[in-house]
Ligand binder design. Structure first.
Ligand code: ASP
Length: 405
């Protein structure tokens, strides 16, 4: 997208977000009537995810030419993701221990929310199984991206062994990828109105400003804990970006369209097309955009990890359960894994929170305490998730440069 367009579009998106918040706040439920506009935008983005991810990963990896080259970039990517997720959880745990948001909360009336019923058996082995699924069409239909990425990596690996015969197929997927990225730019122009519809509609569904404030104040300290933790982690990621790549404000500004879309949609998967386009416009090599970003969207969720740690500790505090250091370490590990397992869809983090709670024997009923404000916090953690992926692409690109670009 030409630079001038990107600047105008960003201004229009900011206006969309502000107008969405203001109108949802003032007119409340009446604004649900504009939610469909947001859903059109959301569906257009979602429509692109599967073809984009398959084409991007296959063309990105196959164009390495030799699958052994995947080792370095893959290893660096995973190391970056695990480290930053760990930092996020650590920040969350420090904040929740400092602020103690759950102390004094009345947890007596809570019941297990319908959303997590039946998920009690979710365990860590399920996260491994998430990657290898028997039916790719079904995975695609359910936007389960990890099996698609896993298959695409294997497929691309096979292509690189075929020599000239494989080249035609690689070119085919490169063509699909380029066409998809063109589509993304077209859809991007709808972002201001789409995000307006999503934000206004969601705030309207929550009953408008007054009702929303009542709900927030009930668990006010929890909201403060999560938001300040997320803000700190956002800055930490910025510093990592600055130190490793020398990039700073301009990179962040270039990512703003994707970050605001993440805020509007509460889905890092739906935001993926925008994320990839913004990272590419920021000058990161095509290879890194195609490989690092799709993987990041599925497994790198710093905001979600931070949130899960805060939420689990909040529940422990609300029920007056003292967690030992050993148990807090288990929260640390399971929050990291639960975030890896969470899908990039709205409020997925709330469901995988079950894994963390079960691991240390905390009551699942506690989730009910967080329900009313989860949609709101989800938007901020999704934004941090997407920021983590964006920084990841730039950092990996710097550490393992693509010599062809
Ligand atoms: N909504 C988040 C995302 O899409 C996941 C979550 O934390 O619920 O990244």
């Amino acid at each position: 997208m030409p630079h001038k367009h990107a600047v105008y579009l960003l201004i229009a998106i900011v206006i969309g977000v502000v107008a969405g918040i203001a109108s949802g706040w003032i007119w409340g439920p009446a604004m649900q009537s504009v939610a469909w506009i947001g859903n059109v935008f959301l569906n257009l983005l979602k429509m692109m995810i599967v073809p984009l991810i398959v084409a991007a990963v296959i063309s990105g990896i196959a164009s390495l030419g030799d699958i052994r080259k995947l080792g370095r970039i893959g290893g660096t990517t995973l190391l970056f993701y695990v480290t930053t997720t760990g930092i996020a959880v650590f920040i969350g745990m420090v904040m929740v221990n400092l602020i103690q948001p759950g102390v004094g909360i009345d947890a007596s009336a809570a019941e297990i929310p319908a959303k997590v019923i039946g998920k009690e058996d979710t365990g860590i082995s399920d996260i491994v199984l998430l990657m290898i699924q028997p039916n790719l069409i079904e995975s695609a239909a359910n936007t389960q991206l990890l099996p698609l990425i896993f298959f695409s990596i294997l497929f691309a690996a096979a292509l690189t062994t075929l020599g000239d015969a494989g080249k035609t197929v690689t070119d085919f997927f490169c063509g699909i990828n380029d066409a998809m990225m063109k589509l993304v730019v077209w859809v991007m122009y709808l972002a201001p109105i789409g995000i307006f519809g999503l934000v206004a509609g969601r705030l309207g569904k929550a009953g408008g400003g007054e009702q929303f404030m009542n709900e927030i104040t009930a668990v006010g300290l929890h909201v403060v804990t999560v938001l300040s933790g997320l803000a700190i982690h956002f800055i930490v990621l910025f510093i990592i970006l600055l130190v490793v790549t020398g990039r700073g404000r301009a990179y962040l500004t270039g990512m703003m369209r994707a970050l605001l879309t993440a805020f509007g949609t509460a889905s890092s998967a739906a935001t993926l097309p925008m994320t990839m386009e913004c990272i590419r416009e920021n000058g990161v090599s095509k290879r890194s955009v195609q490989f690092v970003t799709p993987l990041g969207v599925t497994i790198n969720m710093d905001g979600t990890a931070l949130y899960e740690a805060c939420a689990a500790m909040f529940i422990a505090q609300a029920y007056g359960i003292d967690l030992t250091i050993g148990q807090q370490i288990i929260v640390f590990i399971t929050a990291t894994l639960a975030a890896i397992g969470a899908a990039g869809i709205p409020e997925a983090g709330l469901v995988t929170l079950v894994i963390v709670l079960e691991a240390v024997g905390l009551p699942l009923e506690g989730i009910a305490l967080l329900l009313a404000v989860d949609w709101f916090l989800d938007r901020f953690r999704t934004t941090v998730n997407v920021w983590g992926d964006s920084v990841g692409a730039a950092v990996v690109d710097k550490l393992v440069p693509d010599k062809r670009e």
